[in-house]
Unconditional design. Structure first.
Length: 339
């Protein structure tokens, strides 16, 4: 290496003005020209909460700007999303009634199944991704069937997850997204889809999902808080990063099409590790409800500029290695990016 390369300050002393990174920051056009990480509406996925009812739009108290939507109201959102340049939604369902087995989760006339059909009719080009889990449908609020001691049954739950994914595929879903961190969920769903002729339906796995305190507002939106206990027995310990690579590797071996890390903001190091270990697969990161609500609350108090903060956060998630960002800010961010 030359003396200039080993000692940049010496280079400046000997050749004043030789190294001036600020030259490329001087104007907006120059900054745009050399920007390393881009953010566009089609990098974002917008979560939607479907409920039974007619024309309903129920605000979520802890998530300003987010509503629970009836199927008709949800379909009415689709043209606006497309006009903003958004190309994908992540669909959650709130059933009319809950039971220990979460039966509406895979019913032909279930709320998600109805919502898929309505979205596809309203905007056929919109990519519909569906959450595949039991927590919103069970009266106990856990992510699977339970044994007599209240523990989640792994293999018995796999059979139900496969039925849910099939029902979503039959309704027209483009991508199914198992989120319960049940061992073997990708393999069980892939086998079921392929056996029934749905080889075209992709699987986006919540491969790395932590037992996070930042899910609190989501539980208001999805009405899926556990009736007892917590989910630390199957979601990951926030202290672990190496384990994330093992979880992702298992899903890759089972035939997953894309991976997800959840949450995003507190786990950017994990996003980077998964991206570097599996660069051949698309990677999503979920900018979760607590992250969203913190920004909303700070902005409402005048403590930060919401637009600048949101775009900085989403760019940071992309810079860490995420190809897609699932975010409740998607509509606002898309409008800001277009503007």
């Amino acid at each position: 290496m030359t003396e200039y390369e080993t000692n940049p300050l010496e280079a400046l002393r000997l050749r004043p003005g030789a190294a001036r990174p600020r030259r490329l920051r001087r104007t907006a056009a120059l900054r745009d020209l050399v920007r390393e990480t881009t953010l566009a509406p089609d990098d974002l996925v917008y979560p939607l909460f479907a409920v039974q009812g007619r024309g309903e739009r129920v605000p979520v108290r802890s998530m300003p700007g987010v509503d629970q939507l009836s199927v008709a109201a949800l379909a009415g959102e689709a043209p606006e999303l497309v006009s903003l340049g958004l190309e994908a939604v992540l669909l959650f369902g709130l059933p009319a009634a809950k039971d220990p087995a979460g039966l509406e989760s895979h019913a032909d006339d279930g709320v998600v199944q109805q919502a898929i059909r309505a979205l596809k009719e309203a905007a056929p080009e919109l990519v519909v991704v569906t959450d595949v889990c039991l927590c919103e449908y069970t009266d106990h609020g856990h992510c699977g069937l339970l044994d007599a001691e209240g523990q989640v049954l792994n293999d018995e739950t796999l059979e139900v997850l496969a039925r849910i994914a099939l029902s979503h595929a039959e309704a027209g879903a483009d991508v199914v997204a198992p989120s319960g961190m049940i061992d073997g969920m990708v393999g069980a769903i892939r086998t079921a889809l392929d056996e029934e002729g749905f080889e075209r339906v992709a699987i986006l796995s919540y491969a790395v999902k932590y037992a996070s305190a930042f899910y609190g507002p989501f539980r208001d939106a999805a009405e899926g808080a556990p009736a007892f206990g917590d989910r630390r027995g199957h979601q990951m310990d926030p202290a672990n990063a190496r384990e994330a690579l093992r979880e992702a590797a298992l899903d890759v071996a089972e035939g997953v099409d894309a991976l997800m890390v959840k949450p995003a903001l507190g786990y950017l190091d994990v996003v980077r590790r998964v991206h570097e270990r599996f660069p051949e697969l698309p990677l999503a990161a979920y900018n979760v409800s607590g992250e969203y609500s913190m920004v909303k609350a700070a902005a409402a108090n005048g403590w930060l500029d919401e637009r600048e903060a949101v775009l900085e956060i989403l760019t940071g998630v992309r810079r860490a290695g995420a190809d897609l960002v699932v975010t409740y800010h998607a509509k606002e961010a898309a409008a800001w990016l277009q503007g």
